[in-house]
Design a protein around this ligand. Structure first.
Ligand code: HEM
Length: 124
């Protein structure tokens, strides 16, 4: 694994490592208030990023395209803005970061949709 595929995969593993530590902390303290943010770190950070990484590993032509690096940048920005944004939203201290992060996360999936369609057409 190399390039964008590796970037996505390393990001995913970092996210789930942090997400698991966060889960243990919630269990140990008995305070599950931030469970929604923990869930998004794991599902958007680990599951989604890992799937992106596997796709780019299996589709080298897609990983070499300039759009792949844009995809990684938008997805990473979405994750690091959205998760603290959900924490803020749960604590009722603001919703701006959650809104910006969620739109970036959606945009990253739209970029991925475009990538999948472009490369599906090229290989059929
Ligand atoms: C060491 C590993 C983990 C620990 C100790 C842990 C712990 C927790 C705890 C204590 C809760 C709150 C449960 C509740 O309030 O009912 C929770 C919720 C949740 N966790 Fe984890 N978790 C871990 C890993 C993961 C992973 C890897 C994922 C997903 C890939 C995940 C997804 C979720 C989801 C979807 C929820 C529900 C959130 C909600 O109800 O708002 N967790 N976890």
């Amino acid at each position: 694994m190399k390039g964008v595929a590796l970037y996505f995969f390393v990001t995913a593993v970092l996210a789930v490592t942090g997400g698991m530590i966060w889960g243990i902390q919630m269990s140990a303290t008995g305070n599950h208030m931030l469970a929604g943010a923990h869930a998004h770190l794991n599902l958007v950070g680990w599951a989604t990023m890992a799937l992106f990484g596997i796709y780019y590993h299996l589709t080298p032509a897609a990983s070499e395209a300039a759009l792949a690096k844009i995809h990684y940048g938008v997805a990473l920005a979405g994750l690091v803005i959205m998760v603290p944004g959900i924490v803020q939203a749960i604590r009722q201290t603001g919703e701006t970061m959650a809104k910006i992060g969620s739109v970036l996360t959606l945009l990253s999936m739209v970029i991925f949709l475009v990538t999948v369609l472009i490369h599906a057409r090229r290989t059929t």
